[in-house]
Design a binder for this molecule. Sequence first.
Ligand SMILES: Cc1cc2nc3c(=O)[nH]c(=O)nc-3n(C[C@H](O)[C@H](O)[C@H](O)COP(=O)(O)OP(=O)(O)OC[C@H]3O[C@@H](n4cnc5c(N)ncnc54)[C@H](O)[C@@H]3O)c2cc1C
Length: 458
Amino acid sequence: MKVFKTYDKVKFAVKGGGHSTNPGFSSTTGIQISMANFNELEYNSKTQNLRIGAGCLFDEVYKEIAQYKRNIVGGATAAGVGVAGWLLGGGYSLLTNQYGLGIDNLVEVSVVLCNGKSVKASAECNSDLFFAIRGGGNNFGIVTSFTVKTYPLGPIYRNMLTFPIDKATQVKEAIINYIDKCKDKKAAIVAAYRHFYIRGGQEDKITVDLFYDGPLPADNPFEELLELSDEKWINHELHDTADKKLAENFAFMDQLFSHIHDPSRVTAAPLDCPVYGTRFSLQTYAKNPSQAGVGEENVRARWGTVMVSHFTRKLLNEIEDQSKFAASKLKDNQGKSAVIDIWPFLPCMFDTSTATAWPHEKGQPNGPLLVCFQWEGESNDQYWIALMMQILRSIQRVAEAEGCTNDKLPKYCNTSLADTPVKDIYKKNLPKLMTIRAKYDPDDIMGRTGGFRIPLAL
Ligand SMILES: Cc1cc2nc3c(=O)[nH]c(=O)nc-3n(C[C@H](O)[C@H](O)[C@H](O)COP(=O)(O)OP(=O)(O)OC[C@H]3O[C@@H](n4cnc5c(N)ncnc54)[C@H](O)[C@@H]3O)c2cc1C
């Protein structure tokens, strides 16, 4: 930081897991500060808190913490996602209905400030900085470690169902029924319309990731979805004896996700991974190992988001229509994949919320409806970004008409397009954050990195 102060024209970027798709957010034409060597993981059995180095990826964090039969409020898929970016933006988790966002579970951070000093921030010490860091992204310095709460980890249930697109109507109905009926905080689903165009072939499917924080209860919230699945080998009783470690579950789910992104990697998947029979579907995929995948190419990507408080039938219809529309554009525009997620939360999702930079309050549910496109070739950037904006506008209109969104819902910086105004992210907290920025970064050093920049108060 001191060097940057001296060389005041040098641009830089801070990289955690490097998963931001917005150019310049953790990538740069200047100097990139990779946090990879800040990889410590320290579990304190007295406080039951975990200190996580800012270079850690969720993959390694889940593995470490599972040894202690503890869990953290962390990312829904590990797959190389950095803890740092995820936490600095907010952090939606499969445990959010129970324990809020990642930032609600942060106890302390260590930060290198823009004057080069290393400080700690918590509710007791530098509390203004602690408020600002929780959702404030890379505006206030470089975080070197995060201390987070942990929760008991027992047997959990996780599965991912894959449906052919011609079952879309039944799957949608089952998702609607799940949303209407399931009020169980321990249950979570993340469904997605996934369309791929890989080496001359189009693949269209719907995936539904199922998670239950415990053995499946007798009143199984996923019953209808499981019944719909052709994969009849799924054994509903397995949970009675299962005691699977979280890390194994996540590692395995990531193999499945990496198949979805990159079928060529499936050959390396461990087929003996003990997760509820999903390995059989992996074997099915593995029959076609020569298929090349997205990961081999020079793929470009963006995420965009419509923030929603809940999902309705009409909104799901719109998501399906828009995903089909995006899919129809893949072939002629070097598109690789078009994905739209449905991640429903319960109205109680923010009941345990704390005061943080990113506004999220009890009684105001707000989750990202995520759209993700991947394509090849810089010359196609404009096309795909324009298409994404068009699709987001269309979904937004329906969500507004359905009462699922409104202007008051803060945008989620971790999955928003780069041109999203900071006032739409921080809402009423923006003036306070501007004052805190002026205190901790008066020379606007962090202004030389990419990211959603909070202006300095005058
Ligand atoms: C497969 C996948 C799954 C995902 N699942 C979820 C999910 O379940 N829930 C959810 O909420 N989001 C999810 N996301 C989105 C995720 O939260 C963001 O992509 C997040 O930015 C990833 O963090 P990163 O460290 O990998 O990113 P990076 O690109 O490294 O960083 C993102 C931003 O944080 C800044 N930053 C990183 N480290 C530091 C640091 N130490 N100090 C200061 N600034 C720093 C960077 O400068 C950059 O602006 C997912 C993304 C992917 C790709």
